[in-house]
Design a protein around this ligand. Structure first.
Ligand SMILES: [Fe+2]
Length: 310
């Protein structure tokens, strides 16, 4: 049976990993950019922050068009789930995949059968993502949050569809239970200007006391949470291409289903240890090419050291 990993076990694992990392000279936190003082405050006190204009729009456009090309090509895209027969039960997230024949007919066909698609091995297929994940401004902020330089544990590149399929999986409120302390970095590949554009939806301050909710349910109803946290704390996080959102996702959050246009995003996990999955077991980490790994300086190699080198 799959059981959500134990909070106390993960907490002690985190503490041991932190202690070990704090001793590494290479992993010292780096000076905070003066413009990010307020952002660090927000991350520490409210659970999230938005760094404006971290990447030039041209670079984001370029990345997005490469992702789009991969979608056209389909070779490096994971076959998505077929959600036409979704059950009412929001905790029910294991569904069959779209059949191969339909999938290889192309996006125009399968985009109406699923919620989203993912790029396989994003650090291998879009190696420029390595530089995104090692961006100095991001590393400075997150190293000040952890107290030392964390490790990259996972990265995904996702396109979420505007279609008639109802909400699914992480489009319902949930808590990330891969560690007791981790950060997720969200980089929108298109402007997200309104709730209809499918923003990341975060319950401000809900990270405080989250241990009480840990493992109780895997998906949570909005109405239930709105009785606990006042509705002013429910924040659709809007941002432009080039902005970076950083959040403590050991807190209530979900992705809003886009109503106006598809939404493309890169999500990067940072932490002190490999993410956990069910039953106190380690989750898979992202793959990276050995050659790309070896090109990096020793600090970057250490940040990437938990990844699987292929
Ligand atoms: Fe999540």
């Amino acid at each position: 049976m799959l059981i959500i990993s134990d909070y106390d076990y993960l907490k002690s694992f985190y503490n041991k990993s932190l202690k070990r990392t704090l001793k590494k000279k290479l992993h010292k936190k780096i000076d905070l950019y003066p413009e990010d003082k307020k952002n660090l405050f927000n991350l520490n006190n409210h659970g999230y922050c938005i760094l404006r204009n971290v990447f030039p729009k041209k670079i984001i456009n370029n990345l997005n068009s490469k992702f789009q090309k991969e979608i056209k090509n389909l070779k490096n895209i994971s076959i998505p789930r077929d959600l036409r027969n979704q059950k009412k039960d929001i905790e029910h997230i294991y569904l069959p995949k779209v059949d191969k024949k339909t999938f290889f007919t192309g996006e125009r066909k399968f985009r109406n059968l699923t919620d989203s698609i993912k790029l396989k091995d994003p650090l291998v297929n879009l190696p420029e993502l390595i530089n995104f994940s090692l961006n100095k401004r991001i590393l400075s902020l997150i190293s000040n949050y952890f107290g030392c330089m964390p490790y990259l544990t996972f990265l995904k590149c996702v396109k979420t569809y505007k279609n008639k399929i109802k909400e699914h999986d992480t489009q319902y409120f949930h808590i990330d239970v891969n560690a007791t302390k981790l950060l997720k970095v969200f980089i929108y590949l298109n402007d997200v200007n309104s709730k209809g554009d499918g923003p990341f939806y975060y319950v401000k301050n809900s990270f405080k006391n989250i241990q009480k909710k840990w493992g109780k349910r895997s998906r949570w109803e909005d109405d239930y949470l709105k009785n606990i946290y006042s509705s002013k704390n429910f924040i659709p996080i809007l941002a432009k291409k080039g902005d970076v959102i950083i959040a403590n996702t050991v807190a209530f959050h979900r992705g809003l289903k886009p109503k106006k246009k598809d939404r493309n995003i890169v999500i990067i996990n940072y932490g002190m240890h490999v993410d956990f999955t069910f039953n106190n077991k380690f989750d898979i980490t992202s793959n990276i090419n050995k050659v790309d790994f070896k090109k990096q300086n020793s600090l970057n190699q250490s940040i990437l050291s938990l990844l699987n080198k292929i």
